[in-house]
Design a binder for this molecule. Structure first.
Ligand code: SF4
Length: 350
């Protein structure tokens, strides 16, 4: 994973320029419910969210910014459409980043005011290009929200800020169509030095949305593109954070903890492998060190696979072998396997 050339600071979190990929999510409680927003933000933080975004549709909602900042240690991003005065009020209220598209906020003076206010406080701006809301002139030129059209829109909005010397910019180019989304980010990574916020927009409900996000976000990250990610699900945003963590873990991103490798089982399996894998996963949830743990069903492929991981179990007839760093540590009855594995992992901590 490499990411963007340029780096921006969102509160205490760095985005781009080689910083770890930051997981973010967006609150889904009505903006009128301050207590509900605070509660949801706390749950997101506990789940591993690093940056939280909140919609600010009106003046009253500006109060969410200080409330969220007081309740959690996450930087707060104010999501604003059209009204530059709301952006100014959010900056004043302590927002750590503003998501606004400068081309949609009216006059040049409005853009200048936002750029100056953000510049003075070191607040970055995310330009969020979305296939569903492309500018008419760009849509007319391309005939459809193509990848090229999304990139042109990002360039158009960025140029409006650059005109006022503002370059603390993060870009997103979201589409609900995976091919368009992937192509747009690939083009953007070539064209811009700005950090990229990855996401598949309107990805769907929890099950399909996770898959679409894993494909879209995952294939870009695997190519070294992307600096912060948001999985969008029609579900509790805590599930978005869990999905984002799983994407990063599957890619072996630094800081993602334990990656479990487990076999699908087959006619050779003589241990209750699903139960073993579940126990290992549960007991190592939140483990602070990055490592690979294999939970394999049999002696045919099991030991070989398990040796590839840092630690592993290879099942036998109601028993199994425990491995660490390519060495067999011992043979144990099935009901002692997980304890023996955990002892081996913990021994490395000492
Ligand atoms: Fe079957 Fe063994 Fe492969 Fe598991 S590791 S799927 S038990 S052959």
């Amino acid at each position: 994973m490499s990411g963007s050339e340029k780096q921006v600071r969102v509160g205490g979190v760095l985005i781009g320029g080689g910083a770890p990929i930051a997981i973010q999510s967006m609150l889904s409680v009505p903006s009128t419910d301050l207590g509900g927003n605070v509660l949801q933000a706390r749950r997101l933080e506990e789940a591993g969210c690093r940056i939280v975004r909140v919609a600010v549709p009106d003046r009253e909602a500006v109060a969410l910014i200080p409330a969220l900042k007081a309740a959690t240690s996450m930087p707060v991003v104010a999501d604003i459409h059209f009204d530059h005065r709301l952006a100014l009020a959010c900056v004043e209220a302590g927002a750590d980043k503003i998501r606004i598209n400068p081309g949609n906020i009216g006059s040049k003076e409005a853009v200048r005011a936002v750029a100056q206010a953000c510049g003075a406080r070191g607040v970055p701006i995310r330009i969020g290009v979305n296939s569903g809301s492309l500018e008419r002139h760009i849509l007319a030129k391309y005939g459809a929200p193509t990848a090229e059209a999304l990139v042109e829109s990002a360039a158009y909005h960025a140029a409006l800020l650059e005109e006022f010397g503002f370059s603390d910019i993060v870009l997103s180019l979201k589409s609900s169509d995976l091919y368009t989304m992937i192509a747009a980010y690939r083009l953007a990574a070539k064209r811009f030095a700005y950090p990229l916020h990855l996401g598949v927009t309107e990805a769907g409900t929890a099950r399909i949305g996770r898959i679409k996000s894993a494909i879209g976000i995952g294939s870009l990250l695997a190519d070294g593109i992307g600096d912060t990610i948001r999985v969008s699900l029609t579900a509790d945003p805590v599930e978005e954070v869990a999905a984002a963590k799983d994407i990063l873990r599957a890619l072996g991103a630094p800081g993602c903890g334990v990656q479990i490798i487990s076999c699908p089982t087959c006619g050779r399996t003589r241990v209750d492998l699903p139960a073993l894998a579940r126990q290992v996963e549960e007991r190592l949830a939140g483990f602070p060190r990055d490592c690979k743990v294999a939970v394999m069903g049999c002696v045919v492929n099991g030991p070989g696979e398990a040796r590839e991981a840092d630690y592993g179990i290879a099942g036998g007839e109601d028993c199994g072998l425990v491995f660490a760093h390519g060495e067999i540590l011992g043979k144990y009855p099935q009901d002692e396997l997980v304890d023996a594995l955990l002892r081996a992992i913990e021994a490395d901590e000492r």
